[in-house]
Structures are given as C-alpha cells and as structure tokens.
Design a protein around this ligand. Sequence first.
Ligand code: IPE
Ligand code: IPE
Ligand code: MG
Length: 240
Amino acid sequence: MFAGKIKINKHLDLSRLPAHIAIIMDGNGRWATRRGLPRNMGHKAGCENLKRIVQHIYDLGIKYATFYTFSTENWKRPKEEIDGIFSIVRDYLDEDGDSFLERGARVVVSGDYTKLPSDLVDSISRIVEKTKNCDKFTLNLAINYGGRDEILRGVNKAIESGEKLESVDDFSKLLYSSELPDPDFIIRTSGEMRISNFMLWQMAYSEFYFTKTYWPSFSEKDLQLALIDFQRRKRRYGSI
Ligand code: IPE
Ligand code: IPE
Ligand code: MG
C-alpha cells in the first residue's frame, strides 16, 4: 500500500486539506448486484477500495481518516453476509499490519469491537497495539459503531464518574474518538442522503458531500473532486 503515484488535480490546494475526513462507505451490495455478483463480492471490492483510498488520503497528507465499516444496526443483516464482512476486514488488517507500521500509520477503533468474533477481535487488538506509537496518520475504523450507542456510553461514563461535566469538550473526551479532532468533511457514497447513525455528536460543524457513486467505484480522482468541493465552502461556525 501507500504507492503515491496518483496525479493531483490542479484545482486541489494541498495546503488547505481537512485535518479529519470521514467516509460512510455505502453501496457495496448494489455494486455487486448490478454486476450479477453475490453481495459479499461487493464487500470484497469495497475493502480493496478502502485500501486504495486510505493510501491516497495518506499520500495527500491528511492526518486523520474515519471509515464507517460496520454499524450497530448492520447486525440485522443475514449471518452469511455479516460473517463475510468480518472475514474481509480481518484479512485486510492481518495482511496490512506491517505496512501500517512502516508508514507510521496508527490504527484506532470507534465502536465496541469486543463484541465481534474472537479472531477479528485478535486481529484488531494486534494492529492497534502494534501501531499505537505511530503518529504520521491515524486510521479510525468505525466497527460495531453507532452514534447513539456511543453517546449513551458517554452518558453512563459521566454518571459513573459522579462529576458534573462543565463543557462540551468534557463530554467529547468520553467518546471513542476522544483523541481525534471532529471530522471536518464527511463523504457518503451510493446516493443515500442520510447519516445512518454515524458520528452524531462529532458532526456538529462537519461539511457534507454526497455522491451517487457506489463505494467500490469511488476513486482517488473522485476523492480529489470532493476535496475541491470542500475547499470552496466557507465555514462560519455560527459567526458571520
Ligand atoms: C456498505 O455497503 C457496507 C456496509 C454497510 C457494511 P452496503 O452493504 O450497505 O451496500 P448497499 O447499500 O446494500 O448497496
Ligand atoms: C451505513 O450504511 C453503515 C455503513 C456504511 C457501515 P447502511 O447501508 O447500513 O445504511 P442504511 O441502512 O442504508 O441507512
Ligand atoms: Mg447500504
């Protein structure tokens, strides 16, 4: 991974990239169905694309990236599909572990990954431990993640601590992503115009980008076009 051979669009300003980009990788199933393939082939292709896009985000010099990989609601899917997704993610982490380390890329997780199958829990724990001191780039995998579940856990932690929270930042520190800045830019592929329980707390001032392209077809070029769109926006944070 991390080849760094992609041409940069001349309209993209590399000095004004988001610090944290988050992607709702949607449309794997429809990508496969349209090709007459089983849905899990779509997840396989989606994972190949995850590798490509992670590499490109790293090459561009963006520091933080979150990818919505499996939601707390995705347990409603057939067991065969769920097992397929988990084994694809496990293979990715097992195969790419060393290359993350070599590139100074840290892997962290949002979501209760201890509830996943034990082989995947092992793979995740291994890569998180192995890369914990890397500081060039952070890949946050949102897996068994739900925004409401995360907020509920935060509330319970606050109650357990017995101390009143004084600020919004105090609450942010109780969330999975406490070490990451809030996402500046959130992309959702596949044409759905919804959030599906992703980073509800953190997205207060995120910029959004929706594209009809299914995730496995979302290319480095598409990412650059999205980033150019991001750079055209004026973020006001309530000010004028
Ligand atoms: C996103 O693709 C991947 C996961 C939710 C795990 P989908 O599997 O949701 O693909 P569509 O939306 O059915 O096409
Ligand atoms: C969101 O996609 C979850 C992930 C991309 C992991 P879904 O496909 O689960 O969302 P809905 O069901 O269309 O809202
Ligand atoms: Mg979907």
